[in-house]
Design a protein around this ligand. Structure first.
Ligand SMILES: Nc1ncnc2c1ncn2[C@@H]1O[C@H](COP(=O)(O)OP(=O)(O)OP(=O)(O)O)[C@@H](O)[C@H]1O
Ligand code: SF4
Ligand SMILES: [Mg+2]
Length: 372
């Protein structure tokens, strides 16, 4: 293994969309639901991910954002091949790895790493930090110059931990430090892509920024590409060069960060942005619109027909129930900014006269009243 990690130099273009390192087309994961007695049979499916298209360039950081249950983790697990896709195609560095076997995937497996949300459950409590970080090297038969232990100590230092703590156990560390151990473990194999699944959500707000800064350092200085999963837009705002917004198993809007933040077109992106604190990115936007999205995301077992957001969308019309909006570049959008909506919002997010309050229970009640 080379000394790239200790000599953090960019390994690829880090300032924009390079050649796609990862490309995902129509990625789908349906978890079957079994029922019946005495013979169990398939009675339905959780449509967790349903036709996701996504690219991540060399050294690029892409944020994947959406509410709980919209399929972000499943997408991450499909990309890292921890789950087998139901349909679609995953191309990594020009190779189709969609259904690659363990053996076939071995050479690329080390290049794609994952950082998990929970730094408590993702580290084996019975192993020392040294063993945890070393084990990916052992499994992959990698013997760095100077030995594995030296490499682990270098990695500990790189992520801001004391190399002398090599023999300590996870419980001796704080949550933020444990997540740093997770980062060191992910870096052990010199990856080209890291899928970080809500890496700071479980941490105290006060230390979230420190871990994000560490990841940003890793991304920028080592040229490692990131798919950074988050449930709101605040955390990815500074980290991601490009953003994909997901709703109920689908990407509904994707584009470069400025385009998504300053000229969002999908109603759901407007709603997510209106929930982001301190969003006044430029002086022109003094007062942002307020949209309160209440109610849960509908069940992915029976997603709404047409546009999946229609049950919570204030712009929904008949067409939204019958025709699924394609993810395309709509007029007025910058290149690469794609939106899946029949009746996109105005790009401005200035405050409206009235807040939009979305409460399906209230809406249903109002509908009943008008029927009477
Ligand atoms: N192994 C599984 N079997 C059945 N359903 C699953 C499985 N894993 C996930 N799901 C379902 O798939 C949907 C998407 O889950 P996923 O964990 O990908 O969402 P998420 O966006 O990561 O949510 P969160 O923000 O809560 O982490 C959910 O409805 C979830 O219940
Ligand atoms: S397609 Fe219709 S329901 Fe879906 S987001 Fe656009 S306006 Fe709303
Ligand atoms: Mg998740």
């Amino acid at each position: 293994m080379s000394d790239k990690l200790t000599l953090p130099k960019p390994q690829g273009p880090v300032d924009g969309v390079g050649e796609p390192l990862l490309s995902v087309e129509g990625l789908t994961k349906h978890f079957p639901i079994y029922g019946g007695f005495p013979i169990k049979r398939k009675v339905g499916a959780v449509q967790a991910v349903d036709g996701v298209d996504l690219t991540v360039g060399v050294g690029e950081s892409v944020g994947l954002v959406g509410e709980s249950g919209c399929g972000k983790s499943t997408t991450g697990r499909l990309i890292t091949r921890l789950l087998e896709p139901t349909a679609g195609k995953i191309t990594y560095a020009g190779k189709d790895i969609t259904h690659a076997s363990r053996k076939q995937i071995a050479p690329v497996r080390s290049e794609i790493q994952m950082i998990f949300q929970d730094p408590y459950s993702s580290l084996n409590p019975r192993q020392t930090v040294g063993t945890i970080i070393k084990s990916p090297m052992e499994v992959n038969g990698i013997n760095p110059k100077g030995g594995r232990e030296t490499r682990v100590r270098e990695l500990l230092e790189l992520v801001g931990l004391n190399p002398e703590h090599y023999n300590r156990f996870p419980h001796e560390f704080s949550g933020g430090q444990r997540q740093r151990i997770g980062v060191a473990r992910a870096l052990a194999l010199n990856p080209k892509l890291i899928v970080a699944d809500e890496p700071v959500s479980a941490l105290d707000v006060s230390i979230q920024a420190q871990v994000v800064n560490l990841l940003q350092k890793v991304q920028e200085e080592m040229g490692i590409a990131f798919l950074f999963i988050a449930h709101d837009l605040a955390i990815v705002r500074h980290f991601s060069q490009r953003l994909a917004v997901m709703y109920l198993g689908k990407v509904v809007e994707v584009g470069d960060r400025d385009s998504i933040y300053n000229r969002p077109r999908h109603p759901y992106t407007h709603a997510l942005l209106s929930a982001v604190p301190e969003v006044a990115l430029d002086d022109e936007v003094e007062d942002r619109e307020r949209i309160r999205l209440s109610g849960d995301v509908p069940s992915p077992i029976h997603p709404p027909s047409g546009c999946r957001f229609r049950t919570r969308c204030w712009k929904a019309q008949d067409k939204c129930a019958t025709e699924e909006p394609p993810l395309v570049q709509i007029s007025g959008n910058r290149e690469g900014h794609l939106t899946a909506c029949h009746f996109p919002e105005d790009p401005s997010t200035e405050a409206r006269d009235e807040d939009i309050v979305l409460d399906p229970a209230l809406a249903a009640l109002e509908q009943d009243v008008t029927k009477d």
